[in-house]
Write a protein that binds this ligand. Structure first.
Ligand SMILES: [Zn+2]
Length: 410
């Protein structure tokens, strides 16, 4: 029996007649909508919103079904923690400060898993000056706390003076309390870059790559004597023109190019530029080096940012974090959480914390490992329905009940 032009009661069910196709769809009451979504989404393998809507439209209809379907799929917890990221990761490339004074900013990192040398060490600690890219490296104990501060003190502070900023990442030893006390004592600001971040401490990581590759070639017959050839590798690196500064680290630090042993055999000359001119040239070279680094950064930034998006998280926002945990396997969720944003730390990091007081958890993470979390709100679906549509549904349901009553009496 026809009730309203495009609604029917069919087999005791309210049916909506689609005008264009003249096909039918069961009108789903508010109370049944979540169950319908579970049947067409959760129970059929979590397809995307478009496919789920297609499934729904085959048989069902309710006001704002498309919007409800989209919100329901977007807020699925399982999909949010399991699915790979399809959009660009957050976090545009940040500019590290470009110093012109040597040893103003120092980066540190460990190279681990090297062949064991006679002293028993398998690690190397690398320190690099940002202004000149001059590299200092020493064998070190396995991520030992004291080896970091010892190297900073003996190899940097006692030779070149106090840096104003120290950048480190990875290794558990680096953020240790002992290191913090040491840096505080000497008035050095510590910039901590979080683990698993490709942007973090890139200058020293690039230097590590060059040292390891140079050592591989120098020590091919005796890899367990890499410590003996490390000074040769460092001299070669420090006296070679760098792509970023377009000068050798040695020149930018000391103001002259050293005579190298090889020159005894091949021949060389002594630079007789007047002393005053040498100093002016050095000042100019350092300024040019800083400018070259800045231009290289702009180029990198342009390339990098093509695959990134900017971010604007605020305290209280819910986020997921792609956190590889011990014991994870192929079928483990990629993202863990949701966590709550506590506060920003620098330009691209945030402190995140757990949502419950019982499970205390605070961690500083880089924005590139973050994904916004969409919480499913049970009221959303009902709020989405406009007043007019609700009224219409109530009216239709009332008629449906009346129909039932009439049928009983017939
Ligand atoms: Zn899902």
């Amino acid at each position: 029996m026809s009730i309203i032009s495009n609604y029917n009661i069919d087999n005791n069910t309210l049916v909506r007649v689609k005008e264009k196709s003249k096909s039918f769809a069961v009108a789903i009451s508010k109370a049944m909508r979540e169950q319908t979504l579970i049947a067409c989404y959760d129970d059929v393998g979590h397809m995307d919103a478009k496919k789920t809507l297609h499934n729904l439209e085959q048989l069902y209809w309710w006001p704002n079904m498309q919007k409800d379907c989209k919100n329901y799929v977007r807020s699925c917890h399982k999909c949010q923690v399991v699915n790979h990221r399809t959009a660009n990761a957050y976090g545009l490339l940040q500019q590290l400060p470009i110093p012109t004074t040597p040893w103003e900013i120092v980066s540190a990192d460990h190279v681990i898993c090297l062949p064991q040398i006679r002293s028993g060490n398998t690690n190397m600690l690398v320190l690099i000056d940002h202004a000149t890219r001059y590299v200092v490296a020493t064998p070190s104990a396995p991520l030992g706390v004291h080896s970091v501060t010892d190297a900073l003190y003996h190899n940097i502070i006692l030779r070149y003076g106090l840096p104003s900023m120290y950048i480190s990442d990875r290794g558990t030893a680096f953020p240790a309390r002992h290191t913090q006390h040491f840096l505080q004592k000497y008035g050095v600001t510590q910039s901590m870059t979080p683990p698993y971040s490709q942007q973090a401490n890139s200058i020293v990581e690039r230097a590590n790559g060059i040292i390891v590759s140079t050592l591989k070639k120098l020590t091919d017959k005796n890899p367990d004597k890499w410590d003996e050839l490390l000074p040769n590798a460092l001299l070669a690196i420090n006296t070679t023109k760098q792509n970023s500064t377009k000068k050798s680290p040695f020149y930018l630090l000391f103001g002259y190019e050293p005579r190298l042993p090889r020159e005894l055999h091949i021949g060389s000359f002594i630079d007789d530029t007047p002393r005053e001119d040498q100093l002016n040239l050095l000042i100019l070279a350092r300024a040019e080096a800083a400018n070259n680094v800045y231009e290289a950064h702009l180029e990198n930034k342009h390339r990098f940012d093509l695959h990134r998006k900017s971010h604007s998280f605020k305290a209280g926002d819910l986020v997921l974090y792609d956190w590889p945990k011990q014991g994870d396997h192929k079928l483990s969720p990629i993202f863990k959480g949701p966590f709550v944003i506590a506060r920003p730390v620098g330009a691209v990091c945030y402190e995140i914390k757990s949502r419950t007081l019982q499970n205390k958890f605070i961690k500083v993470v880089h924005v590139q490992h973050r994904r916004s979390y969409f919480k499913r709100d049970a009221d959303d679906m009902q709020n989405n329905t406009s007043y007019g549509e609700n009224e219409k549904m109530i009216h239709l349901q009332k008629i449906r009940i009346q129909q039932k009553i009439i049928k009983k009496f017939l």
